[in-house]
Design a binder for this molecule. Structure first.
Ligand code: HSE
Length: 338
């Protein structure tokens, strides 16, 4: 399968490394031989329709900080849109940073890729919170596959669990700890009574916080994930502005300590129901499946047949998110019967 990678930052590179690491595994288990025919970043592109050498691509990106320096096949100033339109490929990975205001540049990349008849995989929340329905419709209209598992829960297969294994259920509500940064901050504050600003810095050092960490702290990142789940699982045409959001900035170590003494943990919980979407700090009994610590995520589906199903794991990080991207790639390969 010929792949175009748009965005070759931390995530793109981690995914490139996963492709190398899993080369034999993909061939043996799925008969899948991915070939990266183009990689694009903000400075330019590397293109080889016969397949780029991913090892060389990673080395170039790490040394020169752009794929445009790839020997002989790299070109500064070659844009993602040019590559999507001009390079023969089966599937586009859209891995540029999230922009929740207008979804760009990811939104245009995804639309162009679909219009050109290419399948799309993304973990970029921006295009999904701005135009989920539009993209879903366009994919159907153009007869292309569209997957976005990595956008919610990182490595935790939240969307796959709901859409596949729970497909026979009516999902009444989704509740979750969907942001690793705030969960880390709340956990550290509860364990050592550490001050907010100190633990926020620690979370940033872990490399899981958004570039602008106010998006984590103020609950916006969780609201993005609730918007995506509302669309993908509950079938609601929701946008980010439909979510009522309260963040964790005002929570004091003292409040967390008092909650703890009463047997509760303070968690930033996102809730999606058919009639309401909200994010805010909530008291969760210690020992409850959603009372996960550190950078973990956890999501509970409330359903008719299965009753409650909770899934937990690592919701952030490039290597963890690569797990979701690779899962989506295998899923599309299988869906196409290749
Ligand atoms: N900033 C996010 C988090 C990254 O902390 O969970 C994953 O979306």
């Amino acid at each position: 399968m010929r792949l175009i990678m748009i965005g070759f930052g931390n995530l793109g590179r981690a995914f490139g490394r996963s492709l190398l690491e899993k080369k034999e595994f993909l061939l043996t288990n799925y008969g899948l031989t991915p070939s990266v025919v183009a990689a694009v970043d903000e400075y330019g592109a590397a293109v080889d329709e016969g397949g780029l050498d991913v090892k060389k691509l990673l080395k170039t990106a790490e040394k020169a900080n752009t794929v445009a320096d790839y020997p002989a096949r790299g070109k500064k100033g070659r844009s993602a849109l040019e590559v999507i339109e001009e390079v023969e490929a089966d599937l586009v990975f859209e891995l540029t940073p999230t922009n929740i205001k207008n979804g760009e540049p990811g939104l245009t990349h995804i639309k162009k890729a679909m219009m050109a008849g290419r399948h799309v995989i993304t973990s970029n929340k921006g295009p999904l919170v701005v135009a989920f329905r539009e993209l879903d419709r366009l994919a159907k209209q153009k007869g292309v596959e569209f997957r976005y598992s990595g956008s919610v829960g990182g490595a935790v297969p939240v969307i796959g669990l709901a859409k596949k294994m729970l497909a026979g259920n009516m999902v009444h509500a989704i509740r979750g700890v969907l942001n690793g940064t705030t969960n880390y901050i709340l956990t550290r504050m509860s364990k050592e009574g550490a001050p907010f600003d100190v633990v926020l810095r620690e979370a940033q050092e872990l490399g899981i916080a958004e570039k602008d960490p106010t998006l984590d702290i103020e609950g916006t990142d969780t609201a993005c994930k609730i918007t995506i789940l509302a669309n993908a699982v509950l079938g609601i045409s929701a946008k980010l502005k439909d979510v009522k959001v309260v963040g964790i900035r005002r929570i004091r170590p003292e409040a967390i300590r008092l909650a703890q003494e009463a047997g509760y943990a303070v968690k930033l919980i996102g809730v999606a129901k058919r009639d309401s979407l909200e994010v805010g700090p909530k008291l969760v009994p210690v020992g409850h499946p959603l009372a996960v610590g550190g950078t973990l995520n956890a999501v509970t589906f409330e359903t008719d047949l299965a009753r409650e199903v909770t899934i937990t794991g690592f919701g952030a990080g490039p290597r963890e998110t690569s797990s979701a991207l690779l899962g989506d790639l295998i899923d599309i390969h299988t869906a196409l019967g290749d």
